[in-house]
Design a protein around this ligand. Structure first.
Ligand code: NAD
Ligand code: TDX
Length: 331
């Protein structure tokens, strides 16, 4: 089989970084290009070993830089694009929405233009269940691929906008694509601003853990390696033009998540501090993954096995998140 060129955007981030590792470990016939701007969320220390391999190249670039991106695509003529690069943190989108529109909407549009110009074989757009808005508490109701898009935060609105652009480029220009919408990820190399890594690092440091509101909001947790396997499957087997939801039926309240981490680490619940709620805080997310399961995907982690693995990873790899918290990684 001839070698293929795979562009991964946002590969210095949490999920993209795990996906770069996953793909490079699984396939030897891909030349992998990791394109990332290295914002505050980007960190290359996780790829020290990969960086030495002949079939890996890192490119520091802004996906919204039209000239640079079009020139790169013309030069390299990628076969596949898997698009993770984004501003990803809901709280930051509430304090500074503009960069979310620039990167998530305009940046995606630049990548779509570049992809259709050279005629890529497949563009996989990694999106989020947050584009569907929020669910009520009824445990029998889930997000399906047919749920209307009703984003509530500037972050999810920017992701929904990018989803619609991907759809439109498929309908108008025939761009081969898939959109994946997954639930909350967790696992190794998760930036410690997000609930799970923030809680683990704070509990290990015996610091207070801020729980928004009453901690009753529900998220549906997915281990990042199960997410990587899902994207791999969609990239290779996904039906052109289709959307796939990704989730493993692991709904927990935020308070349950925080207490599980505290108990596993043998610390006191006194570390919990209830703080002012997030503006527009979505109540509940829960995914129906039937369509992806029919394609052949099955998660390997339950929340119990996944959170145990993740707590152990953060305990064993404290130097990784300590360099993030200290700012050392920016050097
Ligand atoms: P992350 O914030 O950890 O990483 C994002 C990466 O994108 C960083 O390396 C950053 O440097 C890079 N980036 C940001 N702006 C850029 C730009 N203009 N040009 C090039 N690179 C840029 O995010 P993540 O949690 O790994 O999420 C990856 C994708 O998955 C995002 O599209 C996000 O919306 C989606 N998603 C994440 C979750 C989750 O739970 N983390 C759930 C569903 C969907
Ligand atoms: O300190 C905190 N305290 C707290 O109670 C933080 C950071 C969060 N929370 C709550 C808010 C949410 O209900 O925990 C829940 C999870 O929060 P985040 O980790 O910020 O994730 P969320 O807002 O659900 O969004 C995540 O999942 C969907 C990712 O950041 C998005 O990129 C993805 O699309």
């Amino acid at each position: 089989m001839s070698r293929k060129k795979l562009l991964i955007t946002g590969g210095a981030g949490f999920i993209g970084g795990n996906f770069v590792q996953y793909i490079m470990d699984k396939y030897s016939d891909y030349d992998v290009y990791n394109l990332d701007l290295l914002t505050y969320a980007g960190d290359l220390t996780k790829h020290k070993e990969i960086a030495e391999r002949d079939n890996y190249r890192f490119i520091q670039a802004d996906i919204a830089d039209r000239g640079a991106i079009l020139a790169l695509f013309e030069q390299e003529r990628f076969d596949y694009v898997v698009h993770f690069a984004a501003e990803s943190h809901v709280d930051r989108s509430i304090t500074d929405p503009a960069v979310f529109v620039r990167t998530n909407v305009m940046g995606t549009q630049v990548l779509l233009d570049a992809s259709r110009t050279i005629g890529v074989t497949k563009f996989v757009h990694v999106s989020t269940d947050e584009v569907y808005g929020e669910l009520d508490w009824d445990p029998a109701v889930f997000f399906t691929e047919e749920t209307p898009l009703q984003p509530n935060s500037p972050y999810s609105a920017s992701k929904a906008s990018s989803d619609l652009l991907v759809r439109a480029y498929h309908e108008t220009f025939g761009l081969p694509m898939n959109i994946t919408r997954c639930s909350n990820n967790y696992g190794p190399y998760h930036f410690p601003e997000k609930l799970i890594p923030l809680t683990i690092s704070r509990v290990l440091n015996e610091q207070k853990v801020p729980v928004y509101g009453d901690g009753g909001n529900i998220r549906d947790w997915l281990h990042v390696w199960d997410h990587c396997a899902a994207i791999d499957l969609v990239l290779h087997e996904g039906v052109n033009g289709e959307v796939y939801n990704v989730g493993g039926h692991n709904e927990r309240t935020n308070l349950e998540v925080v207490k599980t981490i505290i108990h596993t680490l043998g610390k006191s619940e006194d570390l919990i501090e209830f703080v002012t709620d997030r503006l527009g805080h979505d109540k509940r997310y829960a995914i129906d993954p039937t369509k992806l399961e029919k394609l052949g995907w099955k998660p390997t982690y339950t929340f119990e096995t996944g959170i145990a693995q993740t707590i152990k990873w953060y305990t064993d790899n404290a130097e990784w998140w300590e360099q993030i918290l200290s700012g050392e990684y920016r050097k």
